[in-house]
Design a protein around this ligand. Structure first.
Ligand code: WQD
Length: 346
């Protein structure tokens, strides 16, 4: 059983990926300093997989603490690196925090990978590296535009660092995965997206529908799109998770034709904000209380993926449709409300 180190394993995508890795026969250890991730995620993972998952509570910006993980686990066969801050607006407010956290942690993990000869590395990147692209659906070969935020720039820099290391060491296999908009929750709803004050659309919708928020705002309906609202490529978090398992299997099996490959992880379907709201209302049976507001600075108008390369080379495909994304997101929100009620009664 090959052992995989998942950094940021107590976060949204990291947690769902651990479930998929274990379901596919991997042994997993997590490292997460719990500054953004939570032990609640770990508990949910353990309930789903039916066994304990070890998490090292380590800040990856500390090189010595990071190294202890590799000293204690000399049999790590691969690394999936999720650990990073990922709020677009927060990165605009505190760019240096984002550069220090997202780049220092990456460099420390890569340094250990080199020192301990861990030669399979998957980097969590983002469609935000494309900026306001004009060629749609966007392909991996599209030129990277000026990023809209320091968050997106840390992803561009992270990719460049990985590319340089792959050039320097032909034995080092790196896979860059560019996510579009991950949404939804594991079908058991024992895990999902845990954010108290989310800024992303889907958790804002479910919090509004369940009454945690009085109303929500659609940020602009005056864009040059079919209904005036922005277009995104929403993809179920379990489809994103499975792509990581497939990417590791791809390099561990030596099937990769290059030692630095990049893949778009999207469904290929562009959906507007208003269309997503309608899909949610249909699935949940709830009428959503929203107002139309001004555009949000930093938003790209339209972006959705050409995912043909990942489907062909990674033997990966989309298993969840938009209704299932909305259904699991809504059931997760309802499960969190029930859990909060149970806790408050104790
Ligand atoms: C989607 C659309 C908003 C909230 C995300 C992640 C980023 C990256 C890419 C992974 C936009 C609109 C939102 C609201 C709204 N993912 N909206 N009202 O900006 O595409 O970025 O995906 O790396 O990390 O943040 O996602 O969900 O914030 O916005 O109208 O209350 O929904 O304007 O058009 P975004 P989002």
């Amino acid at each position: 059983m090959k052992k995989i180190l998942v950094t940021g394993g107590c976060g949204y995508i990291g947690g769902h990926t651990i479930v998929d890795l274990i379901a596919n026969g991997f042994e997993v250890i997590s490292v997460d300093d719990l500054s953004r991730g939570s032990l609640r995620m770990l508990q949910g993972i353990e309930k789903i997989v039916g066994k304990p998952v070890k998490n090292y509570k380590v800040n990856l910006c500390d090189a010595d603490d990071t190294e202890t993980i590799f000293i204690e686990n000399p049999d790590i066969a691969g690394i999936i690196h999720f650990a990073a801050y990922k709020s677009v607006p927060e990165s605009v407010q505190s760019p240096l925090n984002y550069y220090r956290n997202n780049i220092d942690s990456l460099v420390n993990v890569l340094q250990c990978a080199a020192n301990y000869k861990v030669n399979n590395f998957v980097f969590s990147s983002s469609c935000s590296v494309y900026g306001n692209t004009t060629t749609l659906p966007v392909e991996e070969t599209a030129p990277l535009a000026e990023p809209e935020s320091p968050y997106a720039r840390t992803k561009q820099i992270g990719e460049a660092i990985c590319r340089d290391l792959a050039k320097q060491n032909p034995d080092f296999n790196v896979t860059l995965l560019r996510y579009f908009n991950p949404v939804g929750a594991h079908p058991t709803v024992l895990i999902g997206e845990l954010q108290e004050k989310p800024e992303n659309l889907v958790p804002v919708i479910t919090q509004t529908a369940i009454g945690k928020r009085a109303e929500m705002t659609v940020f602009g309906t005056d864009y040059p799109t079919r209904d005036g609202s922005c277009v995104r490529d929403y993809i179920h978090v379990m489809d994103i998770a499975n792509a990581h398992t497939k990417a590791l299997q791809y390099t561990l099996a030596g099937e990769n034709t290059t030692n630095c490959d990049v893949f778009n992880l999207g469904t290929g379907n562009g959906v507007t904000v208003l269309e997503l709201i309608k899909a949610f209302e249909k699935v949940s049976g709830e009428k959503l209380n929203y107002i139309i507001g001004d555009r949000r600075p930093g938003d790209v108008v339209e972006v959705y993926a050409n995912n043909a390369k990942a489907r062909a080379l990674l033997d990966w495909d989309i298993k969840y449709n938009l209704d299932q994304m909305m259904d699991t997101a809504w059931r997760w929100e309802q499960a969190m409300k029930k859990e909060a009620a149970r806790i408050s009664m104790n």
